[in-house]
Ligand binder design. Sequence first.
Ligand code: GLP
Length: 244
Amino acid sequence: TVYPNQDVASIHVANRIASIIREKQAKGETAVLGLATGATPIKVYKELVRLHKEEGLSFKNVVTFNLDEYYPMQPTSPQSYVTFMNKNLFDHVDIPRENINIPDGTLSEDKVQAFCEAYEQKISDFGGIDIQILGIGRTGHIGFNEPGSAPNSGTRLVTLDDLTRRDASHDFGGKENVPTKAITMGVGTIFKAREIILMAWNEKKAEIIKKAVEGEISSEIPATYLQLSDNVEFVLDQGAASLL
Ligand code: GLP
């Protein structure tokens, strides 16, 4: 779906999330959200906060699983995805803290695999993700599933692509400060979500969006795997859709 601009598109995505939360609430059930970081979803979170403050949308029955976190990473660091999520969403809504799940960047390397398996298990225990939102990196990554990721990959420790580290260098004050690794949900984890929305804004994403939507399905561009799913919507602004 192509929207005139990212503001209108973000409101559409926020409304979809809000309607899932409300439907689940009406049935006394938990809504399980798969959340993303980066600049792309910021306006979605802003609209969800507005819906909470002005229209009574409650997050008391919401459980969240974030896609990824840098590794190593302290949650209190300004660049952590924990800090990002608190600042953009969690600090402004009534979600119980124990309902928030974000990969743990503080673990020693020998503990990471067990953590990743437990993360997958916890998602299943909550009945799976109702809606997963995604951005896209210029390497074609979703979450931090860089080129080479397998379609059935699970949550795991990955090495970041050089382009991804360059794109993050602004946040870290230089590429040399960007962690070389991350913990990410796998492509297989993302695929299990009942609904997936990938968002992209601006011309700078146009080239990778063209490859993701129209290109050959290949592990070289993990976002192309989304062509295999019937539950995916690409939500774009005019700029990101300009080469389609
Ligand atoms: C990071 C995140 C991805 C995100 C991507 C794009 O690498 N791990 O989940 O999609 O950046 O970022 P942005 O939305 O800032 O363009």
